[in-house]
Design a protein around this ligand. Structure first.
Ligand code: THU
Length: 130
């Protein structure tokens, strides 16, 4: 199964009664394991948890720590880029050159790198003097 197919499949499980905007994400590790996540909203925080954050949580829960490739899919007119918080979460586990593929359910695709999504990323190196 392609990463896009895995993301599209898990998107079907998204719990998005407030935004009605279902998102799926699938990532592959360097070892070839695939981890998936969907957005999950709640009444107190209607934006809920993003699909990308869900996939990253599943990856960590499985004991993996590195993203080699990640794909996000939504039923939007144009491929939806990850929110600011998710960009930082992806950058925590992916090298700057890792490809993030943004897809729409009707077949559009946009490929970006982690560095393009989050230029000037805050890293541990910025805390070198502490
Ligand atoms: N959402 C994601 O899951 N990933 C994104 O990249 C963009 C936004 C979700 C969060 C919320 O449940 C809904 O989409 C609307 O913001």
């Amino acid at each position: 199964m392609t990463l896009r197919d895995a993301a599209a499949q898990v998107r079907e499980n998204a719990y998005a009664p407030y935004s009605r905007f279902q998102v799926g994400a699938a990532l592959r590790t360097p070892e070839g394991a695939v981890h998936v996540g969907c957005n999950v909203e709640n009444v107190a925080y209607p934006e809920g948890t993003c699909a990308e954050a869900g996939a990253i949580a599943a990856m960590c829960a499985a004991g993996d720590r590195e993203i080699a490739e990640i794909c996000v899919i939504a039923d939007s007119p144009e491929p939806v880029p990850p929110c600011g918080g998710c960009r930082q979460k992806i950058a925590e586990f992916a090298r700057p050159e890792v490809v993030v593929t943004l897809c729409t359910t009707d077949g559009k695709e946009k490929r970006m790198t982690v560095a393009e999504l989050l230029p000037g990323v805050f890293t541990q190196a910025h805390m070198a003097r502490t």
